[in-house]
Write a protein that binds this ligand. Structure first.
Ligand code: BGC
Length: 248
């Protein structure tokens, strides 16, 4: 069984068919730039182009940096605000003539880790935190998702956590890995206090093995801490997996 997974971000839109049994891509991933402004109709046309690229007929999962309930975007971070109130599932299903399931990108990354990656087989509470332009978060109890939590937006240092601790903050402020790890430690301690997870998986670009070696040893948590198994493909794999799990 294969499902087409699509990951929609502020700069790129990537897709690939995913084998649901193994969580592996069955074709090389295809990427197009996010259209200028990232407005719904233009993004939908790019999604359509990806679907055509694979001559896809069948179920599709799409991940986006928005909170989604019943297919409708409730928030929009790092993407055009006209998404708020848009019925994404209806829009994408119409332009692709397929059955499309949408979810938050961090929830998708969490799906990938819990089903095929660093959280496979765990039974307790797992938090998956992704560090990129923003901070994405997903919470699982066993393999059940508690959807739409936004832990990148908790208040810290008179701003929101993602403005202080995301990977973009490290780059923007030219922080050393040690200085960034100090911020990350403060953030993780706070989140751990609020949620008491058994496992925390850190994902996004910072979870590449070469980068993990720079800061992981500096962090102290009560929960087991693990780097994500997936980086660039997490959204694609997780979106496909979530779409497969949703009853038609
Ligand atoms: C958004 C989240 C998203 C995360 C990663 C945050 O700014 O609020 O919904 O998961 O960025 O893209």
């Amino acid at each position: 069984m294969e499902v087409l997974g699509i990951d929609i971000g502020g700069t790129g839109i990537k897709g690939a068919p995913v084998d649901i049994a193994s969580g592996k891509l069955t074709s090389e991933r295809f990427r197009l730039s996010t259209p200028e402004g990232a407005r719904p109709e233009e993004v939908a046309q790019t999604v359509r182009a990806i679907v055509h690229h694979f001559s896809w007929h069948g179920r599709i999962g799409a991940a986006m940096p928005v909170r989604v309930r019943d297919g409708i975007a409730l928030t929009a971070s790092n993407i055009d605000s006209s998404w708020i109130g848009t019925n994404i599932e209806e829009l994408f299903s119409r332009v692709t003539d397929s059955d499309v399931v949408t979810l938050n990108d961090a929830d998708a990354a969490g799906y990938a880790e819990i089903h095929y990656g660093a959280g496979k087989g765990v039974s307790g509470k797992t938090l998956v935190l992704t560090f990129g332009t923003g901070i994405g978060s997903s919470l699982f109890v066993g393999s059940t998702l508690v959807p739409n939590i936004e832990l990148g937006h908790v208040r810290m240092h008179n701003t929101i956590a993602e403005a202080w601790t995301a990977n973009s903050a490290r780059k923007r402020e030219n922080l050393s890995w040690e200085d960034w790890a100090d911020r990350l430690q403060e953030y993780l301690s706070y989140i751990e206090f609020l949620f008491d997870p058994e496992l925390i998986i850190l994902g996004g670009g910072v979870s590449r093995p070469k980068r993990v070696r720079r800061f992981f040893h500096l962090l102290r948590t009560t929960a087991r801490l693990a780097p994500a198994h997936f980086q660039n493909e997490a959204g694609i794999i997780g979106a496909a997996c979530a779409a497969h799990s949703r009853k038609p």
